[in-house]
Design a protein. Structure first.
Length: 107
């Protein structure tokens, strides 16, 4: 679900204080796009999923990133209507809860 070695690597790269800002910014920006998906907005689905995929990969949200990649590919092939937005939103929520629960114990 979460690639903790990637999370540690990012924290070490940017430092603990900046890492907290990175996490806050990630959650803020991703939540905005997730809100669009919750509303069923598929107008820019390929671009939205591309953004989510990249953001998720950077912060170690592996499973969520893989779902976004699959949805992005479907959208690029003209199959945006077949992308399971509920599954993507649910995977983000589960990943976020797990991430935030384990983050304080990151060593």
């Amino acid at each position: 679900m979460i690639d903790w070695p990637r999370v540690k690597e990012l924290r070490d790269e940017v430092g603990p204080e900046d890492f907290d800002e990175v996490v806050d910014l990630f959650l803020e920006e991703v939540e905005e796009v997730i809100a669009k998906l919750r509303d069923g907005d598929r107008a820019q689905l390929e671009q939205d999923l591309h953004f989510l995929k990249g953001s998720a990969m950077n912060l170690g949200f592996d499973d969520f990133s893989q779902l976004c990649l699959a949805g992005e590919r479907k959208s690029a092939q003209g199959e945006a209507g077949s992308v399971d937005l509920i599954e993507i939103v649910d995977k983000f929520e589960v990943s976020k809860v797990g991430f935030l629960a384990e983050l304080p114990s990151l060593s």
